[in-house]
Design a binder for this molecule. Structure first.
Ligand code: SAM
Length: 175
C-alpha cells in the first residue's frame, strides 16, 4: 500500500473524511513523522492514511479512543501489529507515552472544551490536524477551540484550512 493505493481507496470509499486522506498522508510524510498520536479512531479511516505514511517514514501510530478498538481492516493486519498501539481511554486523561510528537490528529468529541484541552495537553507537537473544522451542530467547537489556542501563542503556529468533507484544519509550528 502506498500513496497511489490511498488515492484510489479514498475515491472508491467515500466517507466524511475520505477527501482529506491524502492531505493527512502528505502531512505525515512532509514531517517525516516518527511519533504520531491519533485522538478518535472509530473504524480507522484516518488511521489508514497515517499507517501507510508511517510505513514509509518508519514511525509509529499511537491511537486513542474511549470506545473499544474497532480498527481491524484485514489489509492492515501487518501494519497494525508492527506500527500501531491502541489506548482505550479519554483523550484528555488517557496515559500515553511522553514522546516528542511530530503530529497529533484530533477527530474525537468535536466540542470546544475537549478540543481545547487536547490542544493544550499536546501543545509540544510539531503539528496538529483537526478534522470536522466546519461547525456542524450547536455543541461543535473545533474551530473556536483552535482559535482560542492560537490566540494564546500567535507567533508559534501557522494555520491552514481545507474545505469540504467537514473541513480540515492544519496547525503547524513555524520553523
Ligand atoms: C468521528 S470518529 C473518528 C473517526 C476516525 N478519525 C476516522 O477517520 O475514521 C470519533 C471517535 O472519537 C471517539 N471519541 C470521542 N470523544 C473522545 C474522547 N474525548 N477521547 C477519546 N475518544 C473519543 C469516539 O468514540 C469515536 O470513535
Amino acid at each position: 500500500m502506498n500513496r497511489d493505493w490511498l488515492a484510489l481507496y479514498s475515491v472508491e470509499n467515500e466517507t466524511d473524511i475520505s477527501g482529506h486522506l491524502l492531505t493527512i498522508y502528505d502531512t505525515c510524510i512532509s514531517l517525516n513523522a516518527q511519533h504520531v498520536l491519533e485522538l478518535g479512531v472509530r473504524y480507522g479511516e484516518s488511521s489508514k492514511a497515517l499507517l501507510i505514511a508511517l510505513a514509509r517514514t518508519g514511525g509509529h501510530l499511537h491511537a486513542v479512543d474511549e470506545l473499544r478498538d474497532k480498527f481491524d481492516a484485514p489489509a492492515f493486519a501487518e501494519l497494525r501489529a508492527e506500527r500501531r498501539t491502541f489506548y482505550n481511554g479519554h483523550s484528555t486523561t488517557v496515559e500515553v507515552p511522553d514522546l516528542p510528537w511530530d503530529l497529533v490528529l484530533i477527530d474525537s468529541s468535536h466540542t470546544y472544551d475537549v478540543t481545547l484541552a487536547e490542544l493544550r495537553r499536546f501543545e509540544r507537537t510539531r503539528c496538529f490536524i483537526l478534522h470536522d473544522w466546519e461547525p456542524s451542530r450547536p455543541q461543535h467547537g473545533v474551530d473556536r477551540a483552535a482559535f482560542t489556542f492560537l490566540s494564546e501563542q500567535p507567533s508559534i503556529w501557522a494555520l491552514s484550512v481545507r474545505d469540504g468533507f467537514n473541513g480540515l484544519g492544519v496547525i503547524k509550528r513555524r520553523e
